[in-house]
Write a protein that binds this ligand. Structure first.
Ligand SMILES: Cc1cc2nc3c(=O)[nH]c(=O)nc-3n(C[C@H](O)[C@H](O)[C@H](O)COP(=O)(O)OP(=O)(O)OC[C@H]3O[C@@H](n4cnc5c(N)ncnc54)[C@H](O)[C@@H]3O)c2cc1C
Length: 502
């Protein structure tokens, strides 16, 4: 059989990527979306009025890594141009070169690949959506909720999905399909429907250990963004992580990530004045929110329940269900701190297109798709998980007055702070290679596994703090007790939560 009639549940980032990848002569791709379409007007209008109850994180900071940026540049240049025309920004490698390397930095051709595409997510999404709507064979059904899957059995008894049940204006309808792509996002119900039908999907789940808080701002007329380079646009102070996200049309957002164990800070940081006080106390952010420079354009959006999750739909080489392909957050969720979710979705969509082209057998579609996705993105997933677990431990240990780091923990800390971080601030080639991994263009640890690079890092470590002095960052922000004093917060902890995390 061939997948001529494809139904996609959800027109978020994964749904749109699915349509981009799958739209081909001979295929019909229908996206069914519970939310209304974007407004007809400008990027500002989309940000201000587009109702997206199906995407709770729509107004959190978003950026596309080079993996996705390059895909757009190579396969969909018209779409990339439309995004740039709407004000989306290309943050290039050279924009992130630290001041310790600026003088010796010489651009290379390859540096153009290490580009982040950034804007308000509403802008990225509504421009993508407009473009996707022009693709041959692609159709949107909006304001329509999928409320179930239609199921049958293949000749060998394997369950197979033959369509979806939708709720349109209170009326139930059945839509048939050769293939259902479930891009319903992190709250998709597909796995629940499968479970109700006796199909159990195995999952790996780990908490990300943080909550996300985002506020948007706009530069006042005639004002410019502060210069970059001296202090990082994103860093980890232990009790808080911050990130500045330049966006389209004079806008930018700031995201603060707070460890789950910081109950008091979590509770207060949603207040705009507390949020801004935190930002002003951290030197890298302070110039960004000077009152004479910017106006806030939003409240503080908060988001919890952040986790990493990997779902398995092929067991021992056999798909547990046919003609049903989960994609995006419904298949793999990751901690948003790493900014990889949208790139994962794009990689998955391309993998599905290859699988559909390679075979007419639905079992083979599933096998090839899930194998391709695992081969490509699992290393990044594992590496993020490792970093998350270490960060959760660090945040919890940092709060424990009785905690004494053992020799192994002290060495690991020093390896990161005194070897890796300093090597990346003192060697432009190492920085380039590390960014390659960050952007999902090579294995995340490939750069460090190269003997020559490892040797360079060890040499930096051996040189010692004194001789590396010039490459250390200046103080990036107040210590926890200083910040808590400033915010007039009690530093006491929720010990139950703390013990669980520790
Ligand atoms: C706070 C936060 C910040 C992030 N920042 C970044 C970042 O900077 N860079 C990055 O790459 N990734 C980031 N991510 C991850 C990224 O947002 C997700 O990976 C991405 O949105 C996944 O796309 P999706 O299409 O699977 O889900 P979504 O984009 O959530 O879309 C799901 C769609 O399905 C629709 N839907 C759901 N159920 C139904 C139904 N039953 N019927 C019809 N429609 C339905 C919803 O309305 C929605 O439109 C972030 C995530 C969070 C939470």
């Amino acid at each position: 059989m061939s997948a001529e009639n494809i139904l996609v549940i959800g027109a978020g980032i994964a749904g749109l990527n699915a349509a981009l990848a799958l739209s081909k002569p001979g295929r019909r791709v229908t996206l069914i979306e519970r939310d209304p379409p974007p407004p007809e007007g400008s990027a500002d209008e989309a940000f201000e009025v587009w109702e997206r109850r199906g995407v709770g994180h729509l107004r959190h900071s978003h950026a596309f890594l080079a993996r996705l940026y390059l895909l757009l540049r190579e396969k969909y240049p018209d779409l990339l141009q439309a995004l740039l025309d709407a004000g989306c920004r290309e943050l290039r490698f050279e924009d992130g070169v630290p001041d310790t390397l600026r003088e010796i930095y010489e651009p290379t051709q390859e540096d153009n690949d290490l580009t982040i595409l950034t804007s308000r997510r509403t802008t990225l999404e509504f421009i993508m959506r407009r473009y996707v709507a022009t693709l041959p064979g692609v159709k949107f059904i909006t304001n329509t909720r999928v409320k179930g899957l239609r199921q049958d059995r293949a000749a060998d008894g394997t369950p197979k999905i033959t369509g979806v049940i939708v709720d349109k204006d209170g009326q139930e309808q059945i839509l048939s399909a050769d293939l259902v792509v479930d891009a319903g996002g992190k709250n998709a119900l597909g796995m629940d429907w499968l479970k109700a039908a006796g199909i159990h999907v195995r999952e790996e789940v780990e908490g990300a250990g943080i909550l996300y808080y985002t506020r948007h701002y706009r530069l006042r007329p005639g004002q410019e963004e502060p210069p970059r380079g001296k202090l990082p646009g994103g860093a980890d102070l232990g009790y808080i992580k911050y990130g500045i996200f330049p966006a389209d049309n004079g806008c930018f957002s700031i995201t603060l990530a707070v460890p789950e164990v910081e109950m008091e800070l979590r509770r207060r940081i949603v207040h705009p004045d507390v949020f801004d006080t935190v930002c002003r106390a951290i030197p890298a952010m302070e110039p960004w929110i000077e009152e004479t420079r910017v106006d806030p354009t939003s409240k503080v959006y908060g988001m919890g329940e952040l986790k990493s999750q990997w779902r398995h739909l092929v067991e021992d080489g056999k798909p547990i269900v046919l003609n049903y392909i989960p994609m995006g957050d419904n298949l793999i969720r990751t901690n948003p701190l790493y900014g990889r979710g949208c790139s994962f979705a794009a990689v998955e969509a391309q993998a599905l297109d290859r699988a559909l082209d390679a075979s007419d057998d639905p079992a083979e579609w599933a096998r090839q798709y899930h194998a391709d996705v695992a081969r490509d993105v699992r290393p990044y997933y594992d590496s993020m998980l490792k970093q998350d677990l270490a960060a959760i431990r660090r945040a919890a240990n940092g709060l424990n007055p009785d905690y004494k780091a053992g020799i192994k923990a002290r060495l690991a800390k020093s390896f990161i702070e005194d070897a890796i971080n300093i090597a990346l601030r003192s060697d432009i080639d190492l920085l380039r290679e590390a960014m390659h991994g960050f952007h999902m263009l090579s294995h995340p640890e490939a750069w460090l596994k190269k003997p020559m690079n490892f040797l360079k890092v060890m040499r930096v470590w051996a040189r010692g703090k004194k001789r590396n002095k010039a490459y250390y960052l200046p103080r990036i922000g107040p210590k926890r007790h200083e910040m808590f004093e400033l915010l007039e917060l009690s530093p006491t902890l929720d010990w139950e939560k703390y013990n669980k995390a520790a």
